[in-house]
Design a binder for this molecule. Structure first.
Ligand code: MG
Length: 237
């Protein structure tokens, strides 16, 4: 697919890269990796309620992680030992860093398991927009700092985070795989999609680039950067 030239911006090439985490930045669905190991016996029944539409993603996630009895450091250790980043994540992060293009993780998942992998792999400077958790005497509690006003029951809004980067003048490249990414895909300037998100984009006629790994994103950014530089040079003649 050719990217619409108008998406590249006219005055400057200021892309930013926002990636979903579970099944996208991470090869695995890390939430489920943890639930399969540490979840109590009810978690799959509760997941079925979510899949049937009887629970929101927010409620499902809150319940099943509240039922886990091991502590967060134990879960983080499990993530570091069993999860991995999708190929070329590091190369893309390096390219973005060198060119001063923001790159961030945007997830409906929980901060501690995302940090375990992203920071564990050495990418501490990449911001993580996720559900913030804290532990108190009642156990785990959840904070939603990126809610679209009026939509509190849905938890964080990925589309809101896309919009925030666009307001700062960025062309947003968004990468995702799931139903929760569709809201962001509707807002983003360039969409990379796989799995359920790709099917949904196809059904709803949302243009997207098929995603296999972060090499696809890196090549597209490099290609668009050189196109933009050629345009700028032509305009300056
Ligand atoms: Mg995902």
């Amino acid at each position: 697919m050719n990217i619409n030239e108008s998406n590249l911006g006219t005055s400057s090439f200021r892309p930013c890269v926002l990636s979903d985490f579970d099944d996208t930045a991470a090869h695995q669905n890390v939430a489920e990796l943890l639930l399969k190991t540490f979840g109590d016996s009810s978690w799959e029944t509760i997941r079925a309620q979510f899949r049937n539409g009887d629970l929101t993603l927010k409620d499902y996630q809150e319940i099943v992680f509240r039922n886990i009895s091991v502590d967060i450091p134990t879960m983080q250790q499990h993530v570091r030992e069993n999860a991995s980043l999708r190929p070329y994540f590091g190369e893309l992060a390096e390219y973005c860093c060198v060119n001063n293009f923001p790159m961030a993780i945007v997830s409906q998942g929980l901060d501690f398991y995302i940090e375990a992998l992203i920071q564990g792999e050495g990418y501490s400077s990449i911001p993580i927009f996720a559900v913030n958790t804290s532990i108190n005497e009642k156990g785990i509690s959840y904070q939603y700092n990126y809610v679209r006003p009026g939509n509190e029951s849905q938890g964080n809004s990925k589309g809101l985070i896309v919009n925030n980067y666009q307001k700062k003048g960025h062309t947003v490249y968004y990468i995702g795989d799931g139903r929760s990414d569709f809201e962001a895909a509707l807002e983003a300037d360039v969409v990379f999609a796989h799995s359920v998100l790709a099917e949904e984009c196809q059904r709803k006629n949302i243009p997207f680039i098929p995603f296999r790994d972060f090499g696809d994103v890196l090549r597209t950014l490099q290609c668009n950067q050189s196109k933009y530089e050629m345009q700028s040079n032509t305009n300056n003649v």
